[in-house]
Design a protein around this ligand. Structure first.
Ligand code: 8YV
Length: 312
């Protein structure tokens, strides 16, 4: 049997690419030019699409891929995929939930500690030979504070479990109250007023676009810190910059940005932020498990077996 043709929309780990090219005929659409060429040369033959959390799959793209019946996303978030269009066209969508939950939650905790204890500045002081400055600068305690989690899904719950071990009180905001011991807030602004760390862990996409507004940041207040390990566009980045510049909030810990890989200069130059280049799931163990899930979902699809982690 001829290898199925796949469209690869994102740069993927070498070990995943190796497996994909072993089992599939891969066409690349990682840039606009590459994509146009792949669609022109092989649009009719491509029977599956592989992307990552940042990949965009629109109805217009699907229209040019009439034989494509699966979109396999190498990430838990699939906010760039028009899931409704996929469902209408009978295209299945898979993602990689669960396997990355621990790593992303770990990074959220790291950002809580990096911001509250100003670890980046302390580290810089030491490297620049200024040990005394590092020891004399007093920071803020993290243990025992209040964490407000926006989106108590798999990752939000894993963050809550970790921060509970820091004796933190946990509150959360989401569409529904859940059967958990944490305090539920049906109003995001009230959660922001209540907590010391507002931790964004909800899905991205149109429903949560700019959920964190200047009003929410004002409610978080001068002793509050914003942490985002979800998607950049959930936070109004300009409003965040203004809140930081005016001292409206204490700091921010960000693993995601509105327009990745662009990070605004106004954030780069600040010392009250901890910034990471979207490394939430970036461990070899987790990226390996994610890759395996992508491969297993593709294999199941092409062998007409049930998908392992289907979104639609
Ligand atoms: C990665 C992610 O950025 O899972 C997600 O939604 O954002 C991350 O794990 C990415 O998708 C890895 O390719």
């Amino acid at each position: 049997m001829e290898k199925p043709h796949l469209l690869i929309l994102a740069p993927l780990a070498e070990f995943l690419m190796l497996e994909l090219t072993n089992h599939y005929h891969c066409h690349f659409g990682r840039t606009a030019d590459e994509l146009e060429e792949a669609l022109t040369n092989a649009g009719d033959q491509i029977s599956g699409v592989v992307g990552n959390g940042g990949s965009v799959v629109t109805d217009a793209l699907l229209a040019r891929l009439p034989a494509a019946k699966i979109v396999a996303i190498n990430g838990v978030g699939y906010d760039g995929v028009d899931v409704r269009a996929c469902a209408e066209r009978g295209v299945r969508v898979t993602n990689t939930p669960d396997v990355l939950t621990d790593d992303v939650a770990d990074i959220a905790v790291a950002l809580v500690l990096m911001t509250s204890r100003q670890l980046i500045i302390a580290n810089r002081d030491l490297h620049s030979g200024n040990w005394a400055a590092g020891t004399n600068r007093l920071t803020h305690k993290a243990s025992g504070k209040r964490a407000g989690i926006v989106g108590l899904g798999r990752i939000g719950k894993a963050i809550a479990r970790r921060l509970a071990a820091f004796d933190m009180q946990i509150g959360y905001f989401g569409r529904h109250r859940q059967d958990v011991e944490h305090r539920y807030f049906d109003d995001l602004t009230e959660l922001a007023v209540w907590c010391d760390f507002l931790i964004v862990a909800c899905p991205g996409g149109p429903q949560t676009f700019h959920l964190i507004t200047s009003e929410v940041l004002a409610a978080l207040g001068t002793t509050g810190t914003l942490i985002n390990v979800a998607r950049g566009p959930v936070v109004d980045e300009q409003a965040l910059i203004v809140a930081l510049e005016t001292g409206g909030i204490r700091g921010a810990g960000l693993d995601v940005f509105e327009n990745e890989p662009h990070v605004p200069e106004a954030l780069l130059k600040r010392s009250d932020v901890a910034l990471l280049p979207h490394v939430g799931s970036a461990t070899s163990e987790t990226r390996g498990a994610m890759a395996q899930l992508v491969l297993d979902n593709l294999e199941a699809h092409f062998q007409n077996r049930p998908l392992l982690t289907a979104v639609v």
